[in-house]
Design a protein around this ligand. Structure first.
Ligand SMILES: Cc1ncc(COP(=O)(O)O)c(C=O)c1O
Length: 390
């Protein structure tokens, strides 16, 4: 796409941004350039690329596209969301402190607590929804705020603008993990965030066939540092994975519209069902952060968390009975998935800590796919019946 990205709407950017048909052969879809190295006309004067860890045409197309759909100026693709997170955390040095939301992806908690802490980077985990919690967590060594919204798996929604305004007053950058909402539903950079992080494994790719990650920013100085770290650390995705994510992005807007419509319908039905103790879905008026979600997001998302009546034994029966929903970790694909965070994705968080933040033993997380919604409901309905021992 040659014209300036800000002239186009999200769905147009998702299909075209960062890609121009090759002048040589006119291929409309981005070619997969697998070459690990690139011929140089003279020593030390590469044409555009020299080595695929440092830069690759297929990866560059993906990075331009991701930057455009997030409203950023620079994008960086990684071999996983965790690789993106860890590369970003290398902008910190020993003695620095991070403030992180207390309900983040278990692997992010593990990186901060088990990998960064021994290297002298400490993290304070706070409930960003508690008035005053962020203000009192700041100290002179605070160098980064890490925020995930909606949160995983409790689907709390935090006020990105409020956090970024507090942080800006103290000169501290804010990173928003936008994996759950996707760029189709939420634009953290517009709300003042410094960096958006994605596990592109999820909605951005959308087909559960790639593990990938991304960082997007408008801050040119930070982009320079990230470019250096991306090359130095080398946790980059293969050109073929970049191609797959680029292909997935094209339908992101269409997929998200369907995820939101089906999740809204299922959440309403689950909420009215007495075999379910509690439903958490930001698109439901009963959700404590519903008003904020309406303001900050362009739809409630495709994720639902529910407490199955009867605790862990009932949750286990429920999960074992599902036929259309697959019992599996991850989320954001075209297929519906269900999992038990306490036993699966969040097992790295100690049980007492899980219970303290409301992540109980009966909690089940659903990733609502794009299948026919009546088939999804029929599946949940029969599994709830089995969970209840009916
Ligand atoms: C919200 C969120 N952030 C980050 C990650 C880590 O991404 P990856 O699994 O691609 O390393 C995940 C993975 O589940 C996630 O759900």
């Amino acid at each position: 796409m040659s014209a300036s990205p800000d002239r186009y709407a999200f769905d147009t950017l998702a299909v075209h941004a960062g890609q121009t048909p090759s002048p040589e052969h006119g291929a409309v879809m981005e070619p997969v350039v697998l070459s690990s190295t690139f011929a140089q006309p003279e020593p030390g004067r590469p044409l555009r690329y020299d080595y695929s860890r440092s830069g690759n045409p297929t990866r560059a197309a993906l990075e331009r596209c991701l930057a455009a759909i997030e409203g950023g100026t620079s994008g960086f693709a990684f071999a996983s969301g965790s690789a993106a997170t860890y590369t970003l955390l290398h902008t910190l040095t020993p003695g620095d402190r991070v403030i992180c939301g207390d309900d983040v992806y278990g692997g992010t908690f593990r990186l901060l607590d088990k990998v960064c802490r021994p290297h002298g980077i400490e993290t304070t985990f706070v409930d960003l929804g508690q008035p005053g919690a962020l203000e009192s967590a700041f100290d002179a060594r605070t160098r980064l705020i890490w925020l995930e919204t909606p949160t995983n798996p409790l689907l709390k929604v935090f006020d990105i603008r409020q956090v970024t305004e507090l942080a800006r007053a103290r000169g501290v950058p804010v990173v928003v993990d936008n994996t759950f909402a996707s760029p189709a539903l939420q634009s953290p950079l517009e709300l003042g965030a410094t960096v958006v992080m994605h596990s592109t494994t999820k909605y951005v790719n959308g087909h559960s066939d790639v593990v990938g990650g991304a960082l997007i920013t408008r801050d040119e100085a930070l982009a320079e540092r990230l470019r250096f770290l991306q090359n130095a650390i080398g946790a980059v995705p293969s050109p073929f994975d970049c191609y797959l994510v680029l292909r997935g992005v094209k339908t992101l807007g269409v997929r998200m519209a369907r995820h939101v419509a089906s999740a809204t319908e299922l959440a309403r039905r689950l909420e009215a069902d007495r075999r379910v103790e509690r439903v958490r879905y930001p698109g439901l008026p009963s959700h404590p952060d519903h008003a904020l979600a309406l303001r900050q997001m362009r739809g409630g998302g495709g994720m639902i968390s529910l407490d199955v009546a009867g605790g862990e034994p009932a949750a286990r029966r429920f999960l074992a009975s599902l036929r259309v929903f697959a019992l599996a970790e991850s989320l954001g694909g075209v297929e519906s998935l269900a999992e038990h965070p306490g036993i699966m994705t969040h097992a790295s968080i100690p049980r007492e800590r899980r219970l303290a933040i409301g992540l109980g033993d009966g909690l089940v997380r659903l990733s609502v796919g794009v299948e026919a919604v009546e088939d999804l409901w029929a599946d949940l309905d029969q599994a709830l019946a089995r969970a209840a021992g009916l």
